[in-house]
Design a protein around this ligand. Sequence first.
Ligand code: ADP
Length: 185
Amino acid sequence: MRIIFIGPPGAGKGTQAGKIVDSYKLAHLSTGDMLRAATAAKTEIGLLAEKFMLNGQFVPDDVIIGIISERLNSSDCKSGFLLDGFPRTLPQAAALDELLQKNKTPLNIVLELKVPDDELLRRLAERGRADDKPDVIKNRLKVYNEQTAPLLQYYEKQSLLKSIDGQGNINEIFNRIKETLDKFI
Ligand code: ADP
């Protein structure tokens, strides 16, 4: 199964992504995790990415597309993957379409995790990651609404989009996701 997982910062995507990849034995491709690992290792890409991340801005499309296209060639992606945090812009989505078409590995589903803004702000304030400071959070939500939300329409048009209510406890939400994904197996 090949899945894209979309949701605003603070929606609980990381937690649910972990449960999905365990349950369905998928490779977990989290661009946020990849960039944080690159930053910690002080690689060239990591140091470049850090500047954007700390301001709540997106890392440039060409950088992120390069990372993902390389990662998608790994053998562990052959039996399926969950893209978590990618694509986040329309050019990223177009580049992904092209890659997957070339590999003859179309997407099965795009899952959107939906949480209202006031709940997101409350959750992010509690989390305290380096990019969870109030001004940065506001900017990340703004960037999400401007750049990532249009992807929902893009995938709706391809009849791939399924929206999941991201409110409730972790297991309730996971059960909703499972009900949706099990229809694709
Ligand atoms: P969250 O989902 O909480 O916003 P992530 O861990 O997915 O956090 O991403 C953290 C940061 O990494 C983003 O704010 C952005 O700066 C950068 N990033 C991650 N994925 C992408 C992407 N696909 N395109 C551009 N920047 C990205």
